[in-house]
Design a protein around this ligand. Structure first.
Ligand SMILES: [Zn+2]
Length: 311
């Protein structure tokens, strides 16, 4: 099976909290099962439960240490990537690639200097907020106050662009999204969000936001969570393809890919419950979109946008 690229999973934190190993586990994703798709790229997000916000930096460091140890143990299967060239090198060797992301800027604890240290530690993407307001901006569930980026948030984004870190607007309030569009010069992305036109959840993006991602040469990754696919608890791949067609129509076939949210979601499509079932999904993608477009959606678009952002 060919490789793919997935802009978001929560497997690392889930493993830390529940116990278990990245190589082989009973979660939605592990390396042995992912190795059936050689050359794949997985973005691993470090998500913080709000109960940890008072110790955000310390808790994130614990997750980061765990993530690094797990990758070190599995160098035969996967290597961390810091540049676009690192990804290509792993692809050539048939290995998996791991890109590290922070889900929510709470761990910065209000200091851009901390962001610089995270960059040194290998972080190459950051979702600015989770669902709530933080020092950077308002999250989607606080969106009703109309708050966007704070002055600190703007300085964080400037620093991210300077360093070559991907600015991720998934979970961000609408006002925050438009502030990011205004304050950035280069592309930005929504790692795991769907189209609001088909599923009116605030976590999803409006057609206007999808248009902006297209104009800005950015990226949106399809989220598998049923409530974001079709406002239902039960969906199948059918619903995912409905979302994909809409995303492609609005954001363009060069700006759409995958953002599974594996191990961050307690419900999945009935026929895409875990990583091995990606095989049938990717096969169908080729039938639906044709070989060339499917290759873009499966892998090339995410790699390309990282190529435009990473330094
Ligand atoms: Zn998320």
């Amino acid at each position: 099976m060919k490789g793919y690229a997935d802009a978001h999973c929560d497997t690392a934190v889930k493993l830390f909290e529940k116990g278990g190993a990245l190589r082989k586990n009973g979660l939605q994703l592990d390396l042995e099962r992912m190795a059936a798709f050689p050359g794949s790229l997985q973005v691993f997000a470090l998500w913080l439960d709000p109960k940890y916000y008072p110790i955000a930096l310390r808790q994130t460091m614990k997750y980061l240490a765990f993530y690094k140890k797990e990758l070190e143990r599995n160098r035969d299967l996967i290597r961390p990537v810091f540049t676009y060239e690192d990804i290509l090198e792993n692809q050539k060797e048939g290995r998996l690639s791991a890109l590290l992301s922070l889900e929510g800027g709470e761990a910065l604890e209000g200091e851009t200097a901390v962001l610089e240290v995270f960059y040194e530690l290998g972080v190459r993407m950051m979702t600015l907020t989770w669902n709530y307001r933080n020092q950077i901006a308002d999250g989607v569930l606080d969106g009703e106050t109309g708050g966007g980026l704070t002055p600190f948030g703007k300085s964080v984004i400037r620093k991210m662009e300077e360093l070559g870190m991907a600015v991720d607007v998934s979970h961000l309030s609408d006002a925050g999204f438009y502030d990011v569009a205004k304050c950035t010069e280069g592309p930005f992305l929504a790692s795991h969000s769907n189209a609001r036109a088909l599923c009116a959840h605030p976590r999803n993006l409006s057609d206007d936001q999808l248009r902006i991602l297209r104009e800005r040469d950015g990226f949106v990754g399809l989220n598998f969570y049923p409530a974001f696919v079709a406002e239902k608890n039960e969906v199948t791949q059918e619903g995912l393809f409905r979302q994909l067609y809409h995303l492609v129509e609005k954001a363009g076939e060069d700006h759409v890919g995958l953002g599974s949210d594996f191990d961050g979601i307690d419900r999945t499509p009935a026929d895409l419950r875990q990583v091995e079932e990606m095989a049938s999904f990717l096969e169908r993608m080729e039938k639906e979109f044709g070989r060339e477009t499917a290759a873009k959606l499966r892998q090339e678009n995410l790699l390309a946008v990282l190529g435009r952002i990473l330094k």
